[in-house]
Design a protein around this ligand. Structure first.
Ligand SMILES: Cc1cc2nc3c(=O)[nH]c(=O)nc-3n(C[C@H](O)[C@H](O)[C@H](O)COP(=O)(O)OP(=O)(O)OC[C@H]3O[C@@H](n4cnc5c(N)ncnc54)[C@H](O)[C@@H]3O)c2cc1C
Length: 408
């Protein structure tokens, strides 16, 4: 039986292996992962783990026994450096070669680094992508210290919330006109901005980083585009990720802001799949690459089904969550191309839901402290049903009852 080799040790890699075994695929499976530890959940790295409330064991995706019990070989601390598609072999940084019948690329993404020429290589400048990053960052999270977060995306805002909760002086700078500009409506940005300001975080929008200035090799100041010089103790740069496509590119697979795959996770080589943050799949008239846990799991499971011989196309209904202070934001769907946003008050003062439409077509919902609206929106999206904007706009309408009537 030819082997299945999975490159990468994140959510997508483990989901692919788990689904292959669940589908009774008995071929040898090897996961090759470059991080030193067993695969773990990444979301807690900017939430409970960074806050110091979770250990590695708490965040592991599966315990060591799970791999052994299912006969899944896992090589940690091992990086795949080369793929030879003619010989169907991968070469690791250890020099070891592995033959494959099927290869799954689950290589994720790498954080965009701030240029070294502009102070990005100074001590005290961090990124937040993996456990090692969080472990380096945690000793800095001391009450009274001044922390700068560069980038007002979800990861940056979550880290800012942890900093504020731990008693640090936190500033977030965002080059765009508003935080979360790329991913959420202005109403969601407004809600989160107010929440952070209430917790003492200073949020400066339309303010980019010009450079870090160091003192004895350690960051001391940040110069920003509005001409300010901010004295800081350390900084987290959260300006997005780039997909890890180097291996795929190196062996001639089709890539374009991600490894291009079809609706079954197959790349331009039928023996090679790509899943998770590194993969770009068909969506609407083009392709999309998503960076969320649910996509990592669902695309990996679609690929596993295809490998198992029971292909089912991946129809993404992505969802995402973000915890900041005691607020829970849950997002279902993709709001790309929205023309209108409808805002509904929730049952409590701090609850709200934002419903995104492309004209009459329902695209996505952001639910803040409003789990019911999230669940209902997700159900509608899964069934491809658009609720009436007029009915939803009525504050007296019970969302649950209304959506259930549509789902019947
Ligand atoms: C701090 C943080 C918070 C987040 N919060 C949320 C959240 O609240 N909700 C949500 O839905 N999503 C969240 N995300 C995003 C989510 O974690 C990712 O979308 C998901 O982990 C993607 O999984 P993946 O397996 O595709 O990639 P990754 O998790 O990036 O895993 C890829 C792995 O492959 C390894 N690798 C790469 N190249 C090689 C190679 N050549 N050889 C061997 N190994 C290799 C990488 O080192 C990495 O360990 C968060 C991400 C971060 C960083």
């Amino acid at each position: 039986m030819s082997a299945i080799v999975i490159v990468g040790g994140g959510q997508a890699a483990v989901a692919a292996a788990a689904r292959l075994r669940a589908l009774k695929v008995e071929r040898p499976i090897t996961i090759i992962a470059d991080e030193a530890v067993l695969p773990y959940q990444r979301p807690p790295l900017s939430k409970s783990y960074l806050l110091g409330g979770a250990s590695l064991t708490d965040i592991l995706l599966r315990p060591a026994s799970w791999y052994a019990d299912l006969g899944i070989e896992i090589l940690t601390g091992t990086r795949v450096d080369h793929i030879d598609r003619n010989r169907q072999r991968v070469t690791c940084d250890t020099g070891e070669e592995r033959a494959y019948g099927t290869l799954v690329l689950a290589t994720g993404g790498s954080p965009r680094a701030w240029p070294a020429t502009l102070g990005g290589n100074l001590g005290g400048v961090y990124v937040a992508r993996n456990k090692a990053d969080a472990d380096r960052l945690m000793p800095e999270m001391i009450p009274g210290k001044t922390m700068l977060v560069v980038g007002g995306g979800y990861v940056g805002l979550e880290a800012a919330a942890v900093g504020a909760e731990l008693g640090l002086n936190v500033t977030v700078i965002e080059a765009d006109a508003r935080i979360l500009n790329r991913v959420a409506s202005s109403a969601t940005s407004d809600f989160l901005r107010k929440l952070h300001v209430r917790h003492g975080v200073s949020i400066k929008e339309s303010t980019g980083l010009v450079r870090f200035v160091g003192n004895n090799g350690r960051v001391a100041e940040a110069e920003t585009s509005d001409g300010s010089i901010l004295p800081i103790d350390f900084a987290i740069v959260g300006i997005g990720i780039t997909p890890n496509i180097g291996l795929a590119e190196g062996c001639g697979l089709a890539v374009m802001n991600g490894i291009l795959v079809d609706a079954f996770g197959r790349t331009s080589d039928p023996n090679v799949y790509a899943v998770g943050d590194c993969a770009a799949f068909p969506y609407g008239q083009g392709t999309v690459r998503l960076e969320c846990v649910q996509n990592a799991i669902d695309l990996a499971e679609a690929a596993a089904a295809s490998i198992a011989g029971s292909p089912k196309p991946y129809v993404p209904v992505p969802w995402f969550w973000s915890d900041q202070y005691d607020a829970k934001l849950q997002i279902a769907g993709l709001n790309t191309g929205y023309t209108d946003v409808l805002s509904r008050a929730g049952k409590t003062a701090d609850a709200r839901s934002l419903w995104y439409f492309d004209k009459e077509r329902f695209l996505a919902v952001d639910a803040i402290n409003d789990g019911k609206s999230f669940v209902m929106g997700k159900k509608l999206l899964a069934r491809g049903i658009s609720p009436s904007r007029d009915i939803l706009a009525d504050p007296d309408i019970d969302v649950v009852g209304y959506v259930q009537s549509l789902l019947r």
